[in-house]
Design a protein around this ligand. Structure first.
Ligand code: NAG
Ligand code: NAG
Ligand code: NAG
Length: 235
């Protein structure tokens, strides 16, 4: 019997390869609009009541100024979109926007370094542009989430509310020490989370809006992140 060298090669390769672990990830859809769903990644650090399953919203802290907070789905969470040209997106220069005010205007998701910390930033949703490079992860990353990581929820007093405490969204930059140790820099008392895009309808803008959806990017999202059984997926 004639067996080609190519086939022999294939058989050999199959026999030699160890049992492959096939990565498997939850299904996604595509949408321009999305909510940001809070997924607590270390349940031992969660607050009581839990912040699991809440959504990112805006806490008004002045004219055209807001901090990113969290609230229930029934509390009208913000609907975001990624904005930019295809080139912006490819080179990490797109931003994340939500439309607010009257007429509707762009409010960008931005990260502002906290005074006195080299790694912690506060997430703001102020009128104007967002921070370039804040984006939903893409292939080859298997899961979809807001990056750069790590997002955390902290309970902090807000001066605008005379020191009343709110659950606010912050970002802890990962650092690598001189010895190669990776530090996630999660601040004590804060809950590490992933912010997952939940598909939502980006409504058409009424005439006279200052916002524009011309550069709204269609991106991956989960239809219902609350229903995902995470133990079925990974690595
Ligand atoms: C969501 O959180 C669970 C743990 O609570 C974790 O197993 C899962 O990987 C998280 N999802 C993502 C996309 O990180
Ligand atoms: C959206 O992206 C376009 C294309 O880069 C840019 O001209 C526009 O200013 C962006 N909008 C906002 C609100 O950043
Ligand atoms: C999630 O999947 C695991 C593994 O198949 C299963 O044991 C568990 O019962 C599932 N949980 C739910 C809530 O369906």
């Amino acid at each position: 019997m004639f067996v080609s060298a190519a086939l022999l090669g294939l058989v050999g390769a199959a026999a030699a390869s160890p049992l492959a672990i096939v990565p498997n990830y939850p299904p996604t859809q595509q949408s321009t609009g999305f909510r940001l769903f809070v997924n607590v990644t270390d349940k031992s650090l969660d607050f009581s009541p839990s912040v699991q399953g809440l959504y990112v919203n805006s806490i008004h802290v002045g004219a055209g100024l807001a901090q990113a907070g969290v609230g229930a789905k029934s509390d009208n969470p913000s609907i975001f979109y990624q904005n930019g040209t295809a080139t912006d997106y490819r080179f990490g220069a797109s931003t994340i926007i939500t439309d607010q005010g009257s007429p509707l205007s762009p409010y960008g998701f931005s990260l502002a370094k906290d005074a006195g910390s080299a790694t912690l930033s506060t997430a703001n949703i102020n009128g104007g542009p967002g921070t370039k490079g804040v984006s939903i992860s893409q292939f080859p990353e298997g899961f979809r989430f807001l990056q750069p990581e790590t997002y955390v929820i902290c309970n902090e007093p807000l001066a605008y509310y005379q020191g009343t405490k709110f659950n606010v969204v912050k970002q802890a930059a990962t650092t690598v020490s001189s010895t190669g140790q990776v530090e996630r820099n999660i601040p004590a008392g804060c809950v590490p989370v992933r912010l997952l895009p939940e598909c939502a309808t980006l409504e058409d803008l009424p005439a006279g809006s200052y916002s524009s959806h011309e550069f709204a990017i269609k991106s991956d999202c989960y239809a219902n992140p609350a229903s995902i059984n995470w133990s079925l997926y990974g690595p």
